[in-house]
Design a protein around this ligand. Sequence first.
Ligand code: FAD
Length: 535
Amino acid sequence: MTTKLLLTFAICRLIVTVGLTVDPSELLLLGVDGQLSVDPFEVETASLDFGLLTRAEPMAVLHPGSADDIARLVRAAYISSHGFTVSARGHGHSINGQAQTSNGVVIEMSGGSRGSRLGLRKLDKPQVSVKEKHVEVWGGELWIDVLRSTLEHGLAPKSWTDYLYLSVGGTLSNGGISGQAFNHGPQISNVYELDVVTGKGEILTCSEEKNSELFHAVLGGLGQFGIITRARIALEPAPQRVRWIRVLYSNFSTFTRDQEHLISLHGNPTSRKFDYVEGFVIVDEGLINNWRSSFFSPRNPVKISSIAGNGGVLYCLEITKNYDESTAGTIDQEVEASMKGLNFIPSSVFTTDLPYIDFLDRVHKAELKLRAKGLWEVPHPWLNLFVPKSRMADLDRGVFKGILGNNKTSGPILIYPMNRSKWDQRSSAVTPDEDVFYLVALLRSALDNGEETQSLEYLTNQNHKILRFCDDAGIKVKQYLPHYTTQEEWMDHFGDKWDQFYRRKMEFDPRHLLATGQRIFNPSFTSSTGTVSPW
Ligand code: FAD
């Protein structure tokens, strides 16, 4: 009863604030299978994300019980004469409020703070087709749960993110990348079919063959064209174990030459290439105690100062080879042969061997450690850039050895190359023009510990400096998980793709109701108090 009253109150607020013409009882009577909630704790959860940099409070939160619930809600927003915004929230792991909305409803696709506890999710579990080698999953499914379900059948998705507590819909709205991307492409290149609720409230099935414009629009589409409620994802036989190797370099060009050589082998038979190629930059010894470096210690302690050359900066190449019982006898030779010709520092080879699931879920272990120290729920001013291969040396000089030089590391700085040929240019995702480009990911945490160089203000200023440096040096970077505040910046980001992006938006979400937290389009509805801005 109290919930109903609160809900009616929230909907009345919607009416007053945005001129919603849906009768409150109409929203109450939407007849959702799930639950529409105004519980303050849930509203608070939906107003925050991993970045902890922005906050926008929705009017209500929907825990959908089905794709139909989502379609009903979006349709109500679409047909109301004034409208309200709707934002799908996966696991809320965005940095800059991309899944937030004020003056609207957040849909908790992955259960949110309360949904799973209350047993609200009665959505289908992942359905594996062993014969077709694919899995059908709910759009809010977490990748860790997709993995667990497919492993029961000895299968696994081909392309990953480093961290698995992200939703399928959330990563497919961006790209979804990790060290397998050079070989299999990003996660958006490994999807066969989607069900999508468009901004008009229709549920459409789309694929390469069917509604292909919507299919390509949604992949990498930053949630702008529809809400993914189902995805059919490609699978491969799951390996049992992983040989995981890290080697160090003090020379940047040797490091990138080796990385580029390794990703150029993508067309080779499995036995003659690595399955995963990543890397990171070590700008100080702080990284040794960092969340991704437990690898080195305590069995393999590294004293960076003893091997770092030029400017004290080291580069770590990270590679893996998958294997199972049938190939266990040859794994040592295969690794040795594949590493022949690499020019790392000979004394710096660190090897470990672990089950496949433990490798894929490695960042979660680090998360648990950081949580225990109270270092997980802190602001994350992350900056992810796609950088053309030809300008990486400039970036090294200007950023790793320049702007970041002499600072304590506040988080991992990943750096690894990808083949552009593995990205479908019909999708909405944007990459640099060159055949090979790098991800440079500054995944830093801000701490309020009195050290200026670890403060949010300092790290944010450094991010601005890095972007300005790239701009001044004419390095045509593209932001991954992009964040801009003006439409001019978005037009610049999409470049040649902007016209298509805009046309697709007008077709699939003409009232600009969806994912307003991306700050690309203003909702087209107005109220007596003027245009409603989502931010
Ligand atoms: P949310 O943050 O909830 O949503 C992101 C955007 O997608 C929002 O605009 C939202 O409206 C939209 N959206 C969410 N669900 C749907 C849906 N079903 N349909 C349509 N739109 C939807 N990324 C990588 O590529 N590789 C990595 O290795 C990687 N590692 C990460 C590690 C950590 C610890 C974190 C915090 C993030 C990482 N990311 C990585 C980034 C991550 O992929 C994105 O932030 C992603 O958007 C997060 O997924 P989410 O489910 O939390 O989405």
